[in-house]
Design a protein around this ligand. Structure first.
Ligand code: NAP
Length: 256
């Protein structure tokens, strides 16, 4: 029996977990795609291809060349470009697309969230008064905060911010989650942080800072996600495995 070929667009814990769940299946050939942003990515349970495809045409060509029958977009909730490309390219290739996106965090009693819809709005929400800010949004958008140089920034990311920020008072912390609540409380206290900026990424690995802010009574400027698009959706790896079987059973690419 020919193996059914699946492309997982990854860069998240969920993508790795899903790949792990599908890896041992004799009926499937799974490839995981990473953007190549992280210098030393975590080991993965299936074959990996690395780097951008070259926009929609490149991705559509890849799907065709590799006779992919299902794309699973398990990229980060804030990786919007690749998700948009996946929608267009899978439609052009005439194959199904499954979006695996973990739920966002929900506000609880004691949280002091200031919700915003973009990084630019988050910059403005810091206000005019100088604050000590914990920037936990990843390295790619940190430089947007150069627009508010009156604040002190503690920037945490997996890889260095390169080129570095231009704001005059910045400290960098290189670290990869998961982050425990107690350690986050200690960090926020030691650094005398006034306010945290975070994306509403969801998941457990980076939730520690949100709990720590609740404990310390700190404001969190939370950048919310865009509304999800219609189509096949899974919120958990479990659901994604179930939907993968369902979609493959109800679809077979012509000529495969
Ligand atoms: P993005 O803005 O949506 O994508 C920019 C370009 O990077 C895409 O057009 C594509 O290049 C390439 N790309 C992105 N993800 C890819 C993948 N899985 N495989 C192959 N190419 C990919 O994405 P981003 O926000 O820069 O995120 C990059 C990666 O980091 C993603 O894998 C994402 O899951 C992960 N990540 C992002 C965040 C975040 O906050 N944005 C947080 C944690 C992890 P081409 O157009 O050339 O194909």
């Amino acid at each position: 029996m020919d193996k059914r070929r699946i492309l997982i667009l990854g860069g998240t814990t969920e993508a790795r977990d899903l790949a792990g769940r599908l890896a041992g299946r004799p009926d499937l050939a799974v490839t995981l795609s990473l953007a190549g942003r992280t210098v030393d990515p975590a080991p993965q349970p299936v074959p990996v291809r690395m780097g951008g495809f070259g926009g929609v045409p490149g991705l559509a060509a890849y799907l065709d060349e590799h006779a992919i029958e299902l794309v699973i977009d398990a990229t980060h909730p804030f990786a919007r470009q690749i998700s948009a490309n996946a929608r267009v390219a899978s439609a052009a290739a005439g194959i199904p697309l499954l979006r695996l996106e973990r739920r966002g965090w929900e506000e609880m009693e004691g949280d002091r969230w200031i919700r915003r819809t973009s990084i630019e709005e988050a910059v403005t929400a810091l206000g005019a008064q100088p604050r000590r800010v914990f920037l936990a949004i990843g390295r790619q958008e940190a430089r947007a905060f150069d627009a508010a140089p009156q604040h002190h920034y503690l920037v945490r990311s997996v890889d260095p911010v390169d080129p570095p920020m231009e704001a005059p008072s910045v400290e960098y912390l290189l670290a990869r989650g998961p982050f425990a609540v107690e350690a986050e409380v200690d960090l926020l206290r030691q650094q005398r942080i006034d306010v945290i900026v975070s994306k509403n990424s969801g998941g457990d690995a980076t939730y520690g800072k949100i709990v720590a802010a609740r404990i310390l009574g700190l404001n969190v400027i939370l950048v919310e996600r865009a509304a999800s698009e219609s189509g096949h959706h899974a919120e958990t790896v479990e659901d994604a495995v179930r939907l993968t079987d369902h979609l493959l059973a109800s679809f077979r690419k012509r000529g495969v």
